[in-house]
Design a protein around this ligand. Structure first.
Ligand code: PLP
Length: 429
């Protein structure tokens, strides 16, 4: 008998490329069939066949309160009765702008959009309009959404132009995007010495969550801040993932570094589509209708989506929310390291706030090259054993994981017991 899950996947593949609406969902990296879900509550998910899982993806970050939090659901239901969209201003958007400005003070002005991709794409356009420059700099392994200019990998030499990392991106577009190794301060200084005055902006994940979890060297972030100021390049912190997750004020509060612009997404919508970009008032004033940089959105600031975000942000301001979230995540990480050691598997793990990284290598990696050297076969074996035990991890060795406020001590303890079994399978080879 085939499961409902299998049947849904087979039918989906007929009509939806790869059967999924975003590629990492397809399990291509780990093999097997993606799970189709029908319900979530707190830390738990149920698939269409009724199997229960503890969720460590949390919709890739947004579900920081766990699934179907009653206060968020109620607020969304209430506001939905007043119409789903106006395409005109609402007081809710003002409330959201005030809250963002309070929690992330470097965002002196802010504009709402509907995804992280829109936020980063628009922030870069504003930075280019503000500086009158075309070149941008990003770092290898950082993901900033799928705008053409950001789907770029490093060329062969340090200062060669970037090459598209996706078909369909013209080489001419990619040519304006330079790419450097993350955490490489010397390479950064060398690049700025040569083209610093031509850079419109530098965009960076201040903690990387899109090549597994990579923690920044403080010296690297400080050098970046100093070089951008010296050369008049706009420093954009892409906090779509880290915003409200690693600290109430994002990575910029955790590390006490002030970017010129910030992009937000994920947690800010509490599970509905919201993104935001903002920063210095002189830069944001370049945006239409005030300035010459065009940017727009039919559903931007949508009342239902903004309400889910407002309610989520209200709840995560509870005293010690992020301390508890970080402590719970650390408990998971420490437990996993301990059982891997017991079993004798080469493994490491770490967390920043409610984000964590699992690595099948000796040390926690600090760059794209290092993470690429982790043991992918070991991860895949571990992933499938965990899935069998009802633990839902990101289906790739190169994704970060997320803990929510709903994850209980029992959830963590169960996960560690399941992990011991999974590590034993890995050790068998
Ligand atoms: C998820 C993510 C994006 C893209 O956001 P979408 O809402 O998926 O378009 C951009 N930047 C970072 C750092 C992200 O983690």
């Amino acid at each position: 008998m085939t499961s409902l899950n299998q049947s849904l996947f087979e039918q989906s593949q007929q009509l939806i490329p790869g059967g999924v609406n975003s590629p990492v969902r397809a399990f291509r990296s780990v093999g097997g069939t993606p799970i189709f879900f029908k319900k979530g509550l707190g830390s738990k998910l149920w698939d269409v066949d009724g199997k229960q899982y503890i969720d460590y993806i949390n919709s890739w970050g947004p579900m920081i309160l766990g699934h179907a939090h009653p206060q968020v659901i109620k607020a969304v239901q209430d506001v939905a009765e007043n119409s789903l969209s106006f395409g005109a201003p609402t007081g809710l958007e003002l409330e959201m702008a005030q809250l963002i400005n309070k929690l992330v003070p470097s965002m002196e002005q802010v504009r709402l959009v509907s995804s992280g991709t829109e936020a980063t794409m628009s922030a870069i356009r504003v930075a280019r309009g503000f500086t009158g420059r075309s070149k941008i700099l990003k770092f290898e392994g950082c993901y900033h959404g799928h705008a053409d200019a950001l789907l770029v990998k490093a060329g062969s030499g340090l200062l060669t132009f970037g090459e598209p990392s996706s078909a369909g991106v013209p080489a001419e577009v990619a040519a304006h995007t330079l790419t450097l190794e993350y955490n490489n301060t010397q390479a950064l200084r060398d690049l700025f010495a040569q083209v610093g005055d031509e850079l419109a902006c530098v965009i960076i994940e201040p903690v990387v969550g899109n090549m597994n979890l990579i923690v920044p060297h403080m010296e690297f972030l400080h050098a970046l801040r100093e070089l951008c100021s010296k050369h008049g390049a706009v420093l954009i912190f892409d906090e779509v993932m880290t915003g409200f997750r690693v600290h109430l004020g994002g990575a910029q509060a955790l590390y006490n570094i002030k970017p010129d612009m910030t992009t937000l997404g994920k947690v800010i919508g509490g599970g509905l589509p919201v993104g935001a970009f903002g920063g210095r008032k002189d830069i944001m004033s370049c945006l239409a209708p005030l300035g010459a940089v065009y940017q727009a959105g039919t559903l931007s600031g949508n009342p239902v989506a903004v309400t889910a975000g407002l309610q989520t942000l209200a709840l995560i301001q509870a005293p010690d929310f992020h301390l508890k979230l970080a402590a719970q995540t650390k408990k998971l990480v420490d437990g996993l390291i301990a059982v891997a050691k017991e079993v004798g598997v080469v493994f490491n793990a770490q967390n920043v706030g409610g984000m964590f990284g699992l690595y099948f290598c000796e040390h926690c990696p600090t760059s794209f090259n290092e993470i690429m050297q982790s043991n992918k076969e070991h991860f895949n074996k571990f992933f499938h054993s965990m899935l069998d035990s009802g633990i839902y991890l990101g289906p790739s060795a190169f994704e970060a994981g997320f803990v929510s406020a709903a994850h209980s001590d029992e959830d963590i303890a169960y996960t560690i017991v399941a992990a011991k079994k999974a590590f034993q399978l890995v050790a068998l080879g």
